[in-house]
Design a protein around this ligand. Structure first.
Ligand SMILES: NC(=O)c1ccc[n+]([C@@H]2O[C@H](COP(=O)([O-])OP(=O)(O)OC[C@H]3O[C@@H](n4cnc5c(N)ncnc54)[C@H](OP(=O)(O)O)[C@@H]3O)[C@@H](O)[C@H]2O)c1
Length: 326
């Protein structure tokens, strides 16, 4: 539970009845949730993401339906739920039970368990949406694709998914001690965070990347745009370094590059289901368990949120709300 009173924020675990916001909300028994960078912003006094003073956090969850009036979501269906104001403006996934509107709920493909669904989570959904956007833009088979923030949630899933699709992910990371782990996840090679910058004396850098998946933003995205090959695209989803983007039109008008915006939050139902189905297609080729940083109960959430805020995670932190009572 997160509470802001008189500019002071408190967090803690407590017993509270799950409440529906609308009569047609679907009730889900949460088996797993995941910790996202956005959850850390929601749990910060200065995060500017949270829309209410009091709520249960958790921007995503997976579990089974225990009450529903939607014929497409019968009782017992295994689902993932994320997006809109979940865990931001209404109670989210850091709870055993969760009411959510059906438009935010996706039926899980048979190949994806609720645990794997939260290894994927909003981060993996975003990574897959990025891969699909690059493919749709014409990314040639087996191409080298740059992935920034590679040890994080979006980054590590992007590396694994690109590898599953037979692309050559080049992992950019500020955590060189995790190089071996990234190679085992499918990275073709590793570069440092600063290795993206090239030819500062020129308007454009050398043409290096056939595609890129960026969740870092700021100068990293600026450098990627300067170094994409002719006709290539970058799928941009995040701002861990900065929300600012300073660039010029040269990459667009002389190299025909594209900046593809990726949004998991307001994605329409049909898009959500499409992305989850494609995740189901590649699931047999991805070792999701190897992407788990740790699995925790609600009582260790504060520590996990602090870790992700300082960029200290490797892959995904899973939350099991019923953990403490097992
Ligand atoms: N558009 C959407 O719908 C959507 C959906 C999900 C997430 N996001 C955004 O995507 C971003 C990543 O989310 P996440 O959950 O994957 O976070 P995360 O797990 O914390 O991963 C971010 C990674 O970025 C790198 N990093 C951290 N600080 C950095 C800095 N100052 N400069 C450069 N790199 C830095 C770190 O990897 P290395 O140590 O390997 O460099 C870190 O692990 C966030 O901005 C989040 O809000 C957007």
């Amino acid at each position: 539970m997160i509470r802001e009173r008189d500019a002071t924020l408190t967090t803690g675990v407590e017993e509270r009845e799950a409440t529906a916001k609308s009569d047609d909300d679907v009730l889900i028994n949460v088996e797993y949730s995941g910790v996202n960078f956005k959850d850390a912003l929601v749990a910060s006094i200065d995060g500017r993401v949270r829309r209410v003073d009091e709520l249960i956090g958790g921007v995503d969850a997976a579990g089974s339906i225990i009450s529903s009036t939607d014929p497409a979501l019968p009782v017992g269906t295994k689902v993932a739920v994320h997006g809109a104001d979940l865990g931001v403006g209404r109670d989210g996934g850091f709870a055993e039970f969760l009411y959510a509107p059906s438009r935010l709920i996706s039926v899980l493909p048979a190949a994806i368990t609720t645990r794997d669904a939260m290894v994927i989570g909003t981060a993996g959904f975003t990574a897959m949406a990025s891969v699909l956007a690059l493919k749709e833009h014409g990314l040639a088979p087996h191409s080298e694709v740059l992935v920034t923030g590679a040890t994080g949630g979006v980054g590590s899933l992007a590396v694994s998914l690109l590898h599953a699709y037979d692309y050559q992910p080049v992992a950019s990371t500020g955590s060189p001690q995790e190089s071996q782990w990234l190679l085992e996840r499918g990275a073709a090679r590793i570069i440092g965070r600063d290795d993206i910058a090239d030819r500062p004396d020129r308007v454009l850098a050398s043409e290096r990347w056939s595609g890129a998946i960026d969740c870092v933003g700021g100068t990293t995205l600026e450098q990627i745009l300067r170094s994409l090959r002719y006709g290539a695209a970058v799928a941009a989803s995040g701002l861990v370094a900065s929300a600012e983007l300073h660039t010029n039109v040269y990459p667009f008008i002389t190299r025909a590059v594209a900046l593809l915006g990726i949004d998991a939050v307001e994605a329409p139902s049909a898009t959500r289901q499409h992305v989850w189905e494609r995740l189901g297609d590649v699931a047999p080729h991805v070792d999701f368990s190897a992407l788990v940083d740790r699995e925790i109960g609600l009582e260790r959430l504060d520590d996990a949120l602090a870790t992700i805020k300082r960029g200290g995670t490797r892959g995904r932190i899973l939350v099991r709300p019923a953990f403490a009572r097992d």
